[in-house]
Design a protein. Structure first.
Length: 102
């Protein structure tokens, strides 16, 4: 086994300094194996970007919903309109017709 490695080295890699060869092999193994591989780092970065976009989306949604909630707390007509539209509430002297789309 060792003689085969020596033969391979002498035939193909003898022009490369042994220290450079070990350094190159070390770097290749470091960047392709384990948790710190380039592929895994890329996938982790991609996941982080996706989660940051999701955080931004939910922050905007929270702003919109908190503004709606503030409007419902302060505006009586808006509260009545919301109750009529969302919960189909009505006054005692009126009829409500619900139209369902197919």
């Amino acid at each position: 086994m060792i003689s085969r490695l020596k033969d391979f080295y002498m035939k193909y890699l003898s022009w490369i300094n042994a220290y450079w060869l070990v350094t190159i092999v070390f770097l290749v193994i470091t960047f392709t194996m384990g948790d710190s591989s380039l592929y895994k780092r890329y996938t982790y970065d991609q996941k982080i970007r996706e989660l940051e976009r999701e955080i931004d989306h939910y922050r905007k949604e929270i702003e919109v919903n908190s503004e709606k909630l503030n409007n419902l707390r302060t505006d009586k007509e808006g509260l009545e309109r919301f109750a009529r539209e969302e919960y189909l509430m009505k006054r005692s002297n009126e009829d409500v017709f619900v139209i369902k789309e197919k």
